[in-house]
Write a protein that binds this ligand. Structure first.
Ligand code: SIN
Length: 336
């Protein structure tokens, strides 16, 4: 029989081991409240982990001045509503994927071009280079300030049937983000694209509303997409990265010392998670395999067939994106 002291010890242990809540519980009177809303898992995901770490730093180092609360899993806003919420001051930080800004600018279509970046080293070189930095300001005229790019990784295709060559995708319906480039990409494969919010993807796959999806290892693992698909093919066909942003009005309205401290913490945390994004995705890939999921690697010929099938998509968007931007992104390949 357990003694009262043993029960106390066990209760204390449970309290210590319990996962930390995703958001800071309490903000003190007088503190500036900074809400960060996003749509992904709080753990095991480059964006979710970054948001949690950022809140921890802000809450420790700006205690008494500012307090950050994080709202993961679309629990406050989805990526569509969050843009309006930023302008209304209901949330201060968001990081939708670069595929989700078509209502505000078409410049980010660059990042969606299939097989543009060979690897994350190239993404890093472009994003931190001069053209990448220039693009951070693409939405200033509509009231948003880009604080930096937050990396996730390259995307992989999956469906209810194995996908080894592009012909395998013919006639299938795929969930895509709200991006004209993504739609064109699926159509180039002979499939049908359905734009669906992230929070609805698992149910859409499970119920057969769509046959397949394309996302990063960390999203495929944390959202359990692999459980309702016939394997995941390692296509690495397109980038998933985010624009961490805020409203210009909010940022300009901060006391200078608070703004400087917040931005400095923000960019340190962002850089450190950008350096870790690839490892987080590699871990998710491994966890999919350990959980019994199938990962299909493509032969060089199979991969070339996917590149050839999607290459015509570039011509549909080249003029709007600008050849100078495409050239700068291509020049980043080989940076690793
Ligand atoms: C995300 O990683 O933020 C979600 C991307 C998606 O909608 O697929």
């Amino acid at each position: 029989m357990r003694t009262f002291a043993t029960w106390l010890f066990l209760l204390a242990l449970v309290a210590v081991l319990r996962p930390a809540p995703a958001q800071a519980e309490v903000c003190q009177d007088g503190e500036l409240v900074i809400r960060f809303a996003h749509v992904v898992a709080a753990r095991g995901h480059p964006k979710g982990e970054m948001a949690t770490a950022l809140a921890a730093r802000v809450n420790a180092e700006m205690d008494g001045k500012a307090c950050m609360r994080v709202y993961p899993n679309s629990e406050l806003f989805d990526d569509n509503a969050v843009m309006e919420a930023l302008l209304m001051g209901e949330v201060q930080i968001a990081a939708p994927s670069l595929s989700k800004f078509e209502a505000y600018t078409l410049k980010y279509r660059l990042f969606d071009l299939p097989f543009l970046f060979e690897d994350m080293a190239a993404v890093n070189a472009f994003a931190y280079g001069s053209k990448g930095r220039e693009l951070l300001r693409a939405m200033e005229d509509v009231g948003f300030v880009g604080l930096g790019y937050l990396f996730n990784g390259l995307k992989q295709f999956s469906a209810t049937t194995p996908l080894l060559v592009p012909q395998d995708a013919q006639g299938l319906a795929f969930r895509v983000q709200p991006s004209a480039v993504a739609v064109a990409m699926i159509e180039a494969l002979g499939g049908t694209a359905r734009r669906l919010p992230f929070k609805d993807v698992f149910a859409a796959l499970e119920r057969g509303v769509v046959d397949g999806q394309e996302n990063t290892w960390s999203n495929i693992y944390t959202q359990r997409f692999f459980q309702v698909q016939n394997g995941v093919s390692e296509t690495n066909h397109q980038l998933l990265a985010y624009l961490a942003l805020t409203s210009k009005e909010w940022l300009d309205g901060l006391e200078p010392a608070v703004r400087i401290q917040f931005l400095s913490i923000f960019s340190e945390v962002l850089d450190s998670f950008n350096a870790r994004a690839e490892a987080i995705n590699a871990r998710s890939r491994q966890k999919i395999i350990e959980a019994g999921g199938t990962v299909r690697q493509l032969t060089p010929e199979e991969r070339r067939a996917w590149v050839e099938a999607m290459k015509p998509v570039w011509d549909q968007f080249r003029d709007r994106i600008g050849q100078d931007m495409i050239d700068a992104a291509l020049a980043a390949n080989g940076a690793g």
